[in-house]
Design a protein around this ligand. Structure first.
Ligand code: DLL
Length: 433
């Protein structure tokens, strides 16, 4: 088994708890001293830094929300002087102001370290050629992956997003062994390769590190088959660091959280109560080594669960389950909670359709209606109308029996749904609520 940092990734649970406690105490002191909004929040809850003696005391601390970052836009929650901030990123967000995040040199070192671990999880070493097709710029995907790859000593190919033809040419000519991009873009690459008559055997690709958006197991299967690689799920968010907060190992049974830097909790999003291991709820993170923008009990809105059971890979780091969706992109359709990834999972069981889809939600009168647009593959497109209707009917039935809601399924022409180079836009919600 290959590790980047066996000392940190395989330490005993007791050692981890001691390390986390020590680091948590330091972080709480730091934010209390340097960030007025934290001091106020803690005072309102009647907690002082001295009350935090170990990770057991974490639950005494108040939560932090994206709104807090917006209220203190742009730099109000930084815990280091601006003279020590050496990098700024921002997360665009779909609503409201963007969230600005700042890193000290030590933060960038930590980020490179955890991204190095992530890439090694996917099988990278210094002989790898890592093509970074996440966006460079304010988005954390590009530069985060880039620095991790350099830390390993791999050859980094910093293509950034877009220009799919060129991406493929570079993969082929430069001998790319690992591709880093969103899972939806990975499928787009596969599709374009097929259109250009380039086979996976023409490439040296071995693995992909895919994240930044939810994707189902069926989507993984599809990517792995079409590109002939192992597809690893990587997770992160700008506020907490960027990519590298957690990633799967070769066992692909949950994402190991880099716990020597981030403490996870799962809470009930309504009651804010901490839930026991194994329960599904909202993921909350506390950063314990960050200097620029430390976050205490940050509400991610991502839905997951934690397991502390030992992983076959030998890492002792807790694992989070694949993020299936966010509390805020969960669709409530006629009272039923639906995640786009559940629909994706159903769709990908059908062989006649392409893994490109869009959900259109509208309200007609007082009733929510869900339309699922899904692309046919080329072969099916030339089939008879009766066959199309038959497939539509089958998908409708399957959606209804799996999710408990009715939907109107519409098969659309190949390549008619817009492709995304970054995060895919899966849902168009036309309801004015
Ligand atoms: O998406 C960081 C990243 C870049 C992660 C590249 C992985 C790879 P943000 O733009 O701030 O940061 O978006 C963070 O994206 O809260 C999740 O809702 C979602 N997300 C990220 N990774 C995954 C994943 C980057 N593997 C938000 N599965 C997070 C599901 C993910 N959702």
């Amino acid at each position: 088994m290959q590790y980047w940092n066996a000392t940190c990734e395989c330490m005993s649970r007791d050692e981890m708890a001691d390390l986390q406690s020590k680091r948590l105490i330091e972080t709480v002191k730091r934010v209390y001293q340097n960030v007025p909004s934290y001091r106020e929040k803690m005072q309102q809850k009647g907690v002082e830094p001295g009350d935090i003696k170990s990770i057991e005391d974490l639950k005494k601390l108040p939560f932090v929300y994206k709104q807090d970052l917006r209220d203190n836009y742009p730099y109000g929650m930084f815990a280091a002087p601006m003279s020590e901030i050496v990098r700024i990123h921002a997360s665009s967000g779909t609503t409201g102001k963007q969230t600005v995040v700042g890193y000290t040199q030590k933060d960038l070192d930590t980020w490179s370290e955890i991204m190095a671990r992530t890439l090694v999880n996917a099988g990278a070493n210094k002989n790898s050629f890592i093509q970074v097709a996440y966006g460079y710029g304010l988005f954390t995907g590009g530069l985060g992956t880039h620095y991790g790859a350099e830390r390993i000593g791999a050859s980094v190919i910093p293509v950034s997003v877009g220009n799919t033809k060129r991406q493929i040419q570079i993969m082929k000519d430069f001998g790319t062994t690992i591709i880093a991009c969103t899972p939806s873009y990975a499928l787009y690459l596969a599709e374009e390769m097929e259109a250009q008559g380039i086979s996976k055997d023409d490439l040296k690709l071995e693995a992909g590190v895919f994240g930044a958006e939810p994707w189902s197991e069926n989507m993984r299967k599809e990517i792995e088959e079409r590109l002939g690689i192992i597809a690893i799920d990587i997770y992160g968010l700008s506020e907490v660091m960027g990519p590298g907060v957690a990633s799967e190992c070769q066992c692909k049974c949950g994402l190991h959280i880099q716990e020597d830097h981030f403490i996870p909790e799962i809470i009930d999003p309504e009651t804010e109560e901490v839930l026991p291991p194994g329960s599904t709820g909202e993921l909350v993170f506390t950063t314990i080594t960050k200097e620029g923008l430390p976050l205490i009990r940050y509400r991610t809105r991502d839905i997951s669960s934690l397991t502390y059971e030992k992983c076959e890979c030998g890492r002792t780091l807790v694992r989070m389950s694949k993020v299936t969706g966010r509390t805020d992109d969960m669709l409530i359709i006629r009272g039923v909670n639906v995640f786009p990834s559940q629909i994706e999972s159903v769709l990908l069981e059908f062989s006649d359709i392409a893994p490109h889809y869009q959900l259109i939600v509208d309200r007609v009168g007082r009733l929510d209606v869900l339309e699922i647009w899904v692309e046919m593959n080329q072969k099916m497109f030339s089939d008879q109308v009766r066959k199309l209707e038959d497939v539509e009917r089958k998908i409708t039935k399957e959606i209804e029996s799996t999710l408990g809601i009715s939907a109107k399924v519409k098969l659309v022409e190949p390549k008619s749904i817009e492709r995304s180079e970054g995060k895919a836009k899966r849902v168009i919600d036309k309801r004015k609520i």
